[in-house]
Design a protein around this ligand. Sequence first.
Ligand code: COA
Length: 428
Amino acid sequence: MSVTVCKTALEAVSIIEDNEYIWTHSMAATPRVLFSALATHAKKRNNLTLMQLHTERGEVLADESLTPHLRHRCYFTSASTRPLIAQGKADYVPIFLSELPKLFRSKEQPIDTAIIQVSPPDQHGMCTMGVSVEATNSACQMAKKIIAHINPKMPRTHGDAFIAYDRFHSVYWQEDELPQHPKAHLDEVTKAIGENVAALIKDGDCLQMGIGAIPDAVLACLKDRKDLGIHTEMFSDGVLELIEAGAINNKLKKVHPGKIVTGFAAGTQKLYDFVDDNPQVAFLDIEYVNDTSIIRRNDNVAAINSALQVDITGQVCADSIGTSIYSGVGGQMDFIRAANLSKGGKAVIALPSTAKRGELSRIVATLDSGAGVVTTRAHVHYIVTEYGVANLRGKSLQERAQALIAIAHPDFRAELAEQAKKLWHINC
Ligand code: COA
């Protein structure tokens, strides 16, 4: 196929026609240069749908003036799309991240155009999807057209990240820094949560965790562990320090031993330099990475995820605050179920006991009206706050309520016990 090399990003996106379903590369590979061009081009088009995961620096496409022309379809939300969803001007699709490529490959969700950001072609004519393979690999396999921003700053990565230059319909070259996520500041609450979770992690465990303060706090406590492995949806800089400390070597993993398996990475330039041309990091299709039957083949899978609210029976809300959609289902359930199925596995939900500077308890008698249960009370295993660890597996509702109230903030324990009695007929 002949590739049109464009002088401007606007020229590259101009092949997008009315009524198209567009997939955008997401996370730290969000093609913001193409987004800016699409913000101009979309005004001349009607009925465009932009399908996406969490996008970074995507504000330009969230502008009110674009809503008559372009509608966001979010399989995971981000800061820029959250307000649009709240106003009914964008759509949220709850889905396990592992299911999204299936939706594309089965053509249940057709894709006209994929817009992506890639590393420059190598001597074999292969670009890579860089730090983010996630569902973009499947989207590119199914899209009728692919528009690529070729960014010399995008790391060349291994695994399923490769994509041939001659698959592209139009390309635009420009250097652009990737978004940086410096390590989060760890306050006392987060440090305590990190210590409580870390106490559950043993030598030889195979870890999954996300980005943010809690994963950083857990990883900071694991430097003296041995033979840890990584099979994760995503990772960030905290993992590098454990590799440097010799705590992570991936040698006990049954699936891709010796390698980190991930769907995407986001962090600082140090992380992007680490994954650049590094065959020890396999960026794989998310349908495979998050497949419970693949993950569970590793022993001692330790899945560490977070939540917005947990009720005293163990239902975990992670994608909304009441009826306000906050994030998405992502890979939480994929990894929690896989950890449950893995020999010696453990599934951890770690969260601060309160929100809004201590005004609200995140452990509640009943979830807020409209709250989205991501992990059901049958799947839940450990809940961890700064006050300790509640192991809910195999526990009755009464035992769960007692264990969860014991790790709630002390200011809310008496009220929770009262509500447990009134609403659930449970004595705590
Ligand atoms: N009521 C009201 N507000 C609440 C709240 C509650 N129960 N719980 C949290 N909030 C507020 C917080 O105060 C915070 O507000 P702020 O930004 O104004 O400070 C905001 O909601 C986010 O809470 P926070 O605890 O900082 O969220 P987080 O960034 O740590 O993310 C999840 C937590 C649950 C949203 C996130 O882990 C997620 O999206 N999970 C689902 C997907 C998943 O688990 N994927 C796993 C693989 S990576």
